[in-house]
Design a protein around this ligand. Structure first.
Ligand SMILES: [Fe+2]
Length: 221
């Protein structure tokens, strides 16, 4: 239409405001295979020492896996990726560290309900073991007002995406703002799904990054 002589517009376009970013990276097999092997061995050892875990159908580890040697390789990649994300956003910061890390182990039929990860800036999930039917994560529209009117559309996903499902695979690293609601559909495969979740925060946020966002009319005394 833009080139038609009867088009009254000299110029037109769409501006996307307040985008919600989800950063996705797929590790190379030669990188993720040894990482996943160490993680699976670590979890298998936990299950052997605590048989009630696998009997429950779904369990989570303690939240200190970022201090465990088996997770060191993954943590190096996570922190480097997080710094790259913050740099792409042009943030002014120094430290950025993992504050919590845990594994999720889910047998057939088990979901993860919708949630956020409070008290952090970035969160993410890394995939150790997936299969068709256990290979997605859903993100939910963070704008509560957006669901007030939902007109019918030929492509409802494009017009009114109240949630977006992302396909994931072994060795995939997915990162997102810690405030973004997300959930996982029930495991519809025969395998036990394994993911590792983590949070990152600026350690000096309270001392160096939390000043008011405006300048006063007088200087400091
Ligand atoms: Fe989560």
């Amino acid at each position: 239409m833009a080139n038609r002589p009867d088009n009254p517009m000299a110029k037109s376009g769409v501006i996307q405001l307040f985008p919600t970013y989800v950063w996705v990276a797929q590790l190379k097999p030669e990188v993720y295979e040894p990482i996943n092997g160490k993680i699976e061995d670590y979890l298998q050892d936990l299950e052997q020492r605590n048989p009630e875990l696998s009997a429950s159908g779904q369990w989570q580890t303690a939240q200190d896996l970022h201090h465990q040697p088996a997770f060191a390789g993954l943590m190096t990649l996570v922190e480097a990726n997080a710094r790259s994300i913050c740099d792409s956003l042009t943030l002014l910061y120094q430290g950025l560290h993992v504050t919590g890390c845990w594994a999720n182990v889910s047998q057939q039929g088990f979901p993860h309900r919708q949630h956020i990860h409070p008290n952090n800036y970035l969160s993410g999930a890394y995939y150790v073991k997936t299969a068709p039917g256990a290979d997605s994560i859903s993100f939910h529209d963070p704008r509560p007002q957006a669901t007030m009117l939902v007109p019918p559309a030929r492509n409802q996903d494009l017009a009114n995406p109240d949630q977006v499902s992302l396909d994931v695979s072994d060795g995939m690293l997915v990162m997102f703002p810690a405030w973004l609601n997300h959930s996982v559909a029930p495991n519809r495969s025969a395998i036990t799904r394994i993911s590792v979740a983590f949070n990152l925060m600026f350690p000096e946020f309270g001392t160096k990054m939390a000043s008011p966002l405006w300048r006063g009319d007088t200087g400091a005394d």
